[in-house]
Write a protein that binds this ligand. Structure first.
Ligand code: BES
Ligand code: ZN
Length: 597
């Protein structure tokens, strides 16, 4: 029987099917308190039901049976820093549901509680959850495995005139009481626990399409709804490629800047970082990516985190196909080409632990967060592009469409994928299968030789400009896109720091509003010894908590030639760390050192 190495649950014995969540949100104490009631599917011979928990206080457990509610014996297992503690509940005869009364800890890793000062409005606190990969168990006792799907209904009670949203449909009726406002939600489609999400704050909503709205703090709403005005067009394009959108609505919530990711594909309510608000829609590919998860990930879900590439590699492939349809081949090719460079760098950096470059990950005994590298994303997407090249677009698109239809609302493993390629793509022809040599991609290191080459001509003007800059410090004057700037900053080898200063003065790089370009500029300037950029870095690092930017900037700072970079990094980290999410802190504590706390 296949086991998810990151969950204690034994779903063949007792499996969760539906959750009724009833929670009071205490913004002052930073605690969620209430009950999670689980409808269960229980095998004849089952004696216990097992849930995952981490840092939860369990107040009591009841078995809801056909004879009424009975107190059920329960135990908490040994604590593991990554997996938490298994909650084992003894089953009574005819148990239908299990009600768990619990409260969360103020430092639950899956919840971030923000001070008013960390929000755009500066006057009200904010809370949001981030459950992927295995943090749902830090705020709900659950079977926290992507192979187990549940529907849910939730009641949230919130004081202070705040709004609440979830990865679900919110009922129009909001009840006001002495305890605050009461919001009710329902998620009618079966989802894995990592897609349960909530956010609470001073939020406003604006419709931008027939099935889409943008949610944000009032001060951000205008900018956000302008940036994301094209949600309906995006949905229609992906539907045209891979079949109908299965989730009724696609709303986007813009979070405060400490959000550790670019985006998170919570069903019906994608969460995004405000660093996407560049003003010119140049970073909306992240929204396209989260939308694409509505097919790859949310509809068809990796069975375990070892199969993470089935979520993210598929989604990057879909994202690029949608970007191509929406914004043209040249834009998509630039993104493929920039990503290829990043993938090569990642593979080079993993030389000494090459098994981490296999598509099929080996995350047993590790934090699944370790699998969140370019491998699942870009090697995964490149493998699908390889298949597209081999069989042609029409055949490969039909294959993907069928993959989503056949596995809708279910889990998929890497072995199942291999089987489907054989059955539905190779025409069961062993010669074709041999030629593909899927093992080299799936259980082999690095980028296989048969990888389709990156387009060589999409950065022609950038490469010319970079050569001129490297040779004689000539600054570029072309009106470049974000992707072109990123390429330029990646490939320049400045003669000296003065050339970099001149570049900054002419192109205003230190003052860029586009976070992607600004972050890359800071990193590049630091690497090449332009230490006058340190104050710019500091401002950025204190304001923004997106891990993808923090990692390279702190890394470049530590290695900065000519200054005590490590000391600077620690000083800045000490200032910035209290504002970072637990996920970003966990990563940076390893890079910069916990001494900073
Ligand atoms: N689902 C991921 C974020 C994630 C992965 C959170 C694993 C926790 C564990 C999301 O879809 C994602 O991939 N976001 C990317 C953006 C994307 C354009 C590559 C990000 O946040 O950078
Ligand atoms: Zn993703």
């Amino acid at each position: 029987m296949f086991r998810d190495p990151h969950s204690a649950a034994v779903p063949e014995q007792a499996k969760t099917r539906h959750l009724v969540l009833d929670l009071t949100i205490d913004m002052d104490a930073r605690v969620l308190r209430g009950t999670a009631t689980w409808d269960m599917e229980i095998a004849e011979d089952a004696e216990v039901a097992i849930f995952d928990t981490r840092g939860l206080t369990i107040h009591g457990v009841k078995a809801l049976t056909s004879r009424g509610a009975l107190a059920a014996p329960w135990t908490l297992g040994k604590d593991d820093p990554i997996l938490g503690r298994a909650l084992t509940v003894d089953l009574m005869p005819k148990t239908k549901a299990i009600e768990i009364a619990y409260s969360t800890s103020p430092d639950a890793a899956g919840l971030q509680w923000l001070e008013p000062s960390q929000t755009a409005g500066k006057s009200k606190p904010f809370l949001y959850s981030q459950a992927q990969a295995i943090l749902a168990r830090t705020f709900i006792p659950c079977q926290d495995s992507p192979g187990v799907r549940i529907t849910y209904a939730a009641t949230l009670r919130v004081g202070g005139g705040l709004e609440a949203v979830m990865s679900a449909i919110r009922d129009a009726k909001v009840t006001d009481s002495a305890e605050g406002r009461m919001f009710t939600f329902s998620q009618p489609h079966p989802i894995p626990s990592y897609l349960i999400a909530l956010a609470v704050g001073d939020l406003a909503k604006r419709d931008v399409g027939p099935r889409s709205a943008v949610w944000a703090e009032p001060a951000v709403l205008d900018r956000a709804s302008t940036e994301f005005s094209e949600l309906e067009r995006m949905i229609t394009v992906v539907e045209g490629l891979y079949g109908p959108y299965a989730w009724n609505r696609f709303d986007v919530l813009v979070l405060p800047p400490s959000f550790p990711f670019g985006g998170m594909e919570n069903p019906m309510m994608t969460f995004v970082t405000p660093t996407l608000l560049a003003g010119d829609k140049s970073l909306v590919n992240v929204v396209v990516h989260e939308l694409a998860h509505s097919w790859s990930g949310n509809l068809v879900t990796n069975a375990t985190w070892n199969d993470f590439w089935l979520n993210e590699g598929f989604t990057v492939y879909l994202e690029r196909r949608a970007v191509e349809a929406l914004y043209g081949v040249a834009t998509a090719e630039r993104q493929w080409t920039n990503a290829r460079r990043a993938l090569e760098a990642t593979c080079a950096g993993m030389k000494n632990h090459a098994w981490d470059t296999y598509l099929r990950l080996k995350l047993e005994g590790r934090d699944p967060d370790d699998g969140m590298t370019e491998i699942a994303y870009e090697k995964g997407a490149l493998f699908l592009r390889r298949l597209e090249t081999e069989y042609g677009r029409p055949v490969f698109d039909a294959f993907l469409k069928r993959w989503f239809a056949d596995h809708a609302f279910g889990p998929v493993s890497t072995d199942e994928f291999i089987g489907c390629v054989y059955d539905h793509l190779c025409g069961s022809d062993p010669d074709k299968l041999m030629r593909l040599d899927m093992n080299r991609w799936i259980d082999g290191a690095g980028i296989p030789n048969d990888a389709p080459p990156a387009a060589s001509d999409v950065f022609a003007s950038v490469e010319r400009a970079a050569a001129a800059f490297n040779k004689s410090g000539v600054v570029p004057t072309d009106p470049w896109s974000t992707d072109e700037w990123l390429r330029f900053l990646d490939v320049i080898e400045p003669r000296n720091v003065d050339d970099l200063r001149a570049l900054d003065a002419a192109c205003g790089l230190s003052g860029r509003g586009n976070a992607e370009v600004l972050a890359r500029w800071i990193e590049t300037a630091l690497r090449h010894g332009m230490n006058d950029v340190v104050p710019v870095a500091e401002t950025f690092l204190v304001a923004v908590g997106r891990r993808k930017y923090l990692k390279p900037i702190y890394g470049a700072l530590i290695a900065a030639p000519g200054i005590d970079g490590k000391k600077e990094a620690r000083r800045i980290y000490a200032r910035a760390r209290p504002g970072y999410h637990a996920i970003s802190r966990a990563t940076l504590d390893k890079i910069v050192g916990v001494a900073a706390s």
